[in-house]
Design a protein around this ligand. Sequence first.
Ligand SMILES: C[S@@+](CC[C@H](N)C(=O)[O-])C[C@H]1O[C@@H](n2cnc3c(N)ncnc32)[C@H](O)[C@@H]1O
Length: 278
Amino acid sequence: MTTPPTWDTMYAPGAEPPPWDIGRPQPAVVRLVDRGVLSGELLDAGCGTGEHTLLAAAHGAQATGVDISPQAIARARDKAAAQGLPARFEVADALDLGRLGLAFDTVIDSGVFHVFDDQDRARYVTSLASVLKPGGQCYLICFSDRQPGDYGPRRVSQDELRAAFSDGWAVTSIEAETFEVNPGLPATTIQAWLATIRRIRLRDVVKHRSDRDCLHSRGSIARFRVRGRLATTARRRREAGPGAGEAPKGPGAVRAGKKRGGRPRYFPVPGPAAPVGL
Ligand SMILES: C[S@@+](CC[C@H](N)C(=O)[O-])C[C@H]1O[C@@H](n2cnc3c(N)ncnc32)[C@H](O)[C@@H]1O
């Protein structure tokens, strides 16, 4: 893994703080804490100097922050030590989170999704999927296409968010939010989207996809049909009365398949012989 100089130099000692590094958590993330959703094993992907990881840790989450910049992680660790918070920080590539060997209930992304080009965006989503538990929630805040001008990172539309998380995810909401940035840009409040995205479970797949598209559903339907046939057979046996399945009895006995071991099974049928269709 090589560290792109651009990110690491932005966090170098003595450098001007980058626009997003406002020395406190983003108000949008504070609002997530107020909703009580930043809990459990939590990953802050591309955590920068760790404000959001530390905020989550202070509110009881088992929080891990990762960033590709060693300088950012060093500063995050210093903050954790100064605040006495048990947050964990690692230098790691958000495009290859599976290497962490960890699984999370919650992921937060403040300002990371929008830094990737189309190719890396797809890799990032796959990478997130590799560490978020089924049913886990991802809270992603990115530059919105409602933000005028072309400074800063690329703008992201709601459609792009839904397309990026279309396979194996459920985008449950996309809300208008804001980023605060340091003075120096044309604006200090930036229009953003807050997307709430759930990593879906297999049973959600069965519920949401059409039966024709879903292999699992086809399997369920097949099992359902087999159970139906077995129930029909059992009912017919009950109706046939005691002795069913034994040796043929009388002229009306009807052959109904083979018992294990190869011996044919018979139902005694009262009266004239009748066809047995399962
Ligand atoms: C706009 S900053 C946001 C930082 C932090 N989330 C915040 O809100 O202050 C984007 C962050 O993503 C990190 N980053 C960029 N590419 C990354 C990658 N491939 N893996 C991990 N972190 C990455 C950068 O080092 C930077 O800290």
